[in-house]
Design a protein around this ligand. Structure first.
Ligand SMILES: Cc1cc2nc3c(=O)[nH]c(=O)nc-3n(C[C@H](O)[C@H](O)[C@H](O)COP(=O)(O)OP(=O)(O)OC[C@H]3O[C@@H](n4cnc5c(N)ncnc54)[C@H](O)[C@@H]3O)c2cc1C
Length: 471
């Protein structure tokens, strides 16, 4: 019998798992994918929003501002990439000035620090590539960027080190009440737990409906992106937002924490909760809108890939984090659309405050708070590189030429707690395959390493999902 069963190993489930792992609890995370970060947490803008968008008084607004403020400390504890690069919300027409002022007011009410409205010229002095049509901008120094894969993996890995079990490739098919607890029935096993936490992203309404008759409806709101070569990553330092619409924050133009340039997303309500394809129209829209933010859009040939993610938009437009009215000990953490990533540093604590009074566990004396990430040899000073290579020559063998990722890093990704078992697992942990050639060169060698280290025949190695065989 588990104390807690968390459904979903995205950034939300992983943040909750990490927080609960501070306590003497038997916790399992059940995930239908083969790894952590297989849902929306892998496909978003990677922005640590400052917290000026959300309506004051909402759960979203509270967790966003607090999460933003705590991201730096969490990045230090768990060793993932985060930079407070600041953001600008630009306005190109007189009619937009009111919206800019409303955002400033919202931000102040939400407690966001140091924001101010600046003129177009002041904005261009900060960001020389900004469009000459910009007449004013909201300057937000608290905005940041984070690697969503590293953040999610770091939270999950740390939870695992502190005793949380992860059950991958287990799709929850049904949940039954049995003898005062819940029986979570997955594609592979049955799990009994006193408390169930529903962190299933776009599927949270389906999971909710397994135990509750209260209405919940989540729309998959797709956002498509274009990712550009690192040669373009310095076009802007800050994240450039356009004025928000009722569908979201609009198309942004941002450096990523690893130095690429990202533009997007679209905002399209779709029926298919698996509809993460991109479309020619969507990508054209991104480029057309982004061209309004800057002078000299990068050439199309600089785009290295496209992707899309699904926002879990709940009809009430706020996060739903509470015990279901008609299902005691079943906690919904639903409607976690943007800024769900930004909230990760405090999401776990918020949910734990609901769960802990039910179970009254003791705090662990031996909780391991810190985690050391994978060492990326290319970003180390020469002396440190040489030392690492002397200790382990695998760090001198380059596997991914675009991102300069070595065999040593890939071996670390495979063998560390909650290690990678798929090509995408390696890619998200190390960046092998994320560069200009998009895994054209490194795939065979990475597969050989997975095969040798984990004893998996080459024909059985997966890209990510269960039927994604490469050979
Ligand atoms: C286009 C876009 C842009 C965004 N930009 C930002 C941003 O810049 N900043 C920001 O803060 N936030 C952003 N977000 C929001 C952020 O990405 C999400 O809030 C966050 O990733 C949600 O995490 P999650 O863990 O709740 O959901 P997910 O990551 O989707 O995790 C849910 C997990 O549940 C699993 N699951 C589902 N059903 C089952 C089942 N039956 N059995 C077992 N497992 C199941 C899924 O496989 C998945 O792994 C953006 C989102 C989108 C789509």
């Amino acid at each position: 019998m588990y104390d807690v069963c968390i459904i979903g190993a995205g950034v939300t489930g992983s943040s909750i798992a990490r927080e609960l792992s501070r306590y003497d609890l038997k916790t399992v995370v059940v995930e239908k994918g083969m790894d952590v970060c297989e849902g929306t947490s892998k496909a978003n803008s990677g922005i640590v929003h400052a917290g000026f968008d959300a309506e004051p008084g909402t759960v979203k607004a509270k967790l966003n501002r607090e999460g933003n403020e705590r991201m730096g400390k969490l990045a230090e504890e768990l060793d993932f990439s985060f930079r407070r690069n600041g953001s600008l919300v630009i306005c190109e027409e007189e009619s937009g000035l009111k919206t800019l002022e409303k955002l400033l007011e919202n931000g102040k009410k939400n407690g966001v620090k140091d924001m101010k409205i600046i003129s177009g010229d002041e904005a261009r002095a900060k960001e020389p590539n900004l469009s000459k049509n910009v007449i004013a901008a909201l300057d937000v120094p608290m905005g940041g960027i984070v690697c969503p894969f590293e953040l999610t993996t770091a939270l999950a890995e740390n939870a695992c080190v502190n005793g949380v079990e992860f059950a991958f490739d287990n799709e929850v098919k049904d949940i039954k009440k049995s003898n005062g607890c819940y029986k979570v029935i997955t594609s592979k096993r049955e799990i009994e737990a006193k408390v169930v936490i529903n962190a299933a992203g776009v599927y949270a309404d389906k999971i909710h409906a397994m135990v509750s008759t209260t209405p919940m409806h989540i729309t998959a709101r797709r956002g498509q992106y274009c990712l550009y070569d690192k040669q373009t990553g310095k076009m802007v330092e800050r994240t450039i937002f356009q004025l928000p619409t009722k569908m979201g924050k609009g198309v942004l133009f941002t450096p990523t924490v690893h130095g690429n340039l990202l533009i997007g997303p679209t905002a399209e309500d779709i029926e298919d909760k698996e509809g993460t394809n991109t479309t020619a129209e969507g990508l054209d829209y991104d480029r057309m809108k982004a061209a309004e933010s800057v002078e000299n859009m990068p050439a199309g040939r600089m785009m290295i890939t496209s992707f899309s993610g699904l926002r879990a938009h709940e009809d009430g437009d706020d996060f739903i984090i509470r015990e279901a009215e008609d299902a005691e000990n079943f906690i919904d953490v639903a409607g976690i659309e943007s800024p769900g990533l930004s909230c990760a540093p405090v999401m776990g604590e918020y949910v734990a405050n609901i769960v802990l009074p039910k179970l009254n566990p003791a705090k662990k004396a031996d909780f391991v708070e810190k985690r050391e990430g994978i060492k990326h040899i290319n970003s180390l000073p020469v002396e440190e590189r040489e030392k690492l290579i002397a200790e382990n020559p695998a760090y001198s063998v380059i596997v991914c030429r675009c991102e300069m990722i070595t065999e040593g890093e890939i071996l670390d990704a495979i063998h560390r707690p909650l290690g990678a078992k798929t090509l995408d697992g390696i890619k998200r942990r190390t960046r092998a395959g994320m560069g200009r050639c998009q895994a054209g060169f490194c795939t065979p060698r990475t597969m050989e390493l997975i095969s040798k280290e984990l004893g998996i025949p080459m024909e059985e190695i997966l890209k990510s999902g269960r039927d994604s065989h490469v050979l």
